[in-house]
Design a protein around this ligand. Structure first.
Ligand code: SF4
Length: 234
């Protein structure tokens, strides 16, 4: 952001969000790049929605930092896709890790914290690293969709994120899962091969399951628990 540019008020953010309800993703991203410049970051675990946003962002501002939270529990397929995308788009992927390695976490909190207390595990391995990663940023692009889960149903295309004190941009908020896959297929984009094996949402290995055809796309995350979110988007 230009030093002379005033910070957006919450009222202005709501007005911009309303204006963008029918806008193209490119228009939203271009606005974000123009408005926030080097203060803009994106987060991704290289889910299929993130690939769509990266494909478009790479044409506008390819050096925008892509924050990747490397939990130590990620699928090797996810890491392979990350490397492929970095080569394809020359992305500026910035990896952030928890303070404790998985082994250290096991020593301090006991084995399989993800079973006994997944909220604490997510806090240590995702929420805390994200807090550090976003420090100093003015705006954060995330590839969330409203129809992914009840917890995402009311997200704005642009919104004030009080937790991190920055503007959050959800350029795919109005997209459906079909829209995303149509785009990926039409543009022949790479995607996580686990989608071809029955996974519909991909997180950490211990907390991600295949789902039956027709099941809700996020039902394979923290299967058997009440948990719907890791906490970074709450
Ligand atoms: Fe831990 Fe599971 Fe959360 Fe990953 S998704 S940080 S393994 S609880």
């Amino acid at each position: 952001m230009d030093d002379n540019q005033e910070k957006l008020t919450e009222f202005e953010i709501k007005q911009i969000a309303r204006r963008f309800e029918t806008s193209d993703v490119e228009e939203i991203l271009q606005w974000a790049v123009d408005r926030f410049g080097t203060g803009l970051v994106m987060t991704s675990n290289f889910g299929v929605e993130g690939i769509v946003v990266m494909d478009k962002l790479a044409r506008i501002a390819p050096q925008t930092p892509i924050i990747y939270l490397s939990t130590g529990y990620q699928f090797p397929e996810t890491d392979r896709l990350k490397d492929r995308l970095r080569d394809l788009y020359d992305l500026n992927i910035v990896e952030h890790r928890a303070e404790l390695s998985v082994e250290q976490q096991n020593q301090v909190f006991g084995e399989k914290l993800f079973v006994r207390n997944p909220d604490q595990c997510c806090h240590l391995r995702k929420v805390e690293p994200l807090q550090k990663a976003l420090k100093g940023s003015e705006a954060w692009i995330a590839a969330l969709r409203r129809d992914q889960s009840p917890t995402r149903a009311t997200i704005g295309i642009v919104e004030w994120n009080a937790k991190h004190q920055l503007v959050k941009i959800n350029p795919l908020a109005t997209w459906s899962r079909r829209d995303v896959w149509d785009y990926v297929v039409r543009h022949n984009l790479p995607y996580n091969t686990l989608y071809d094996e029955g996974y519909t949402s991909i997180g950490c290995v211990p907390c991600t399951r295949r789902v039956m055809p027709g099941a809700h796309e996020r039902s394979g995350r923290w299967d058997g628990q009440q948990k719907l979110e890791c906490g970074i988007h709450l």
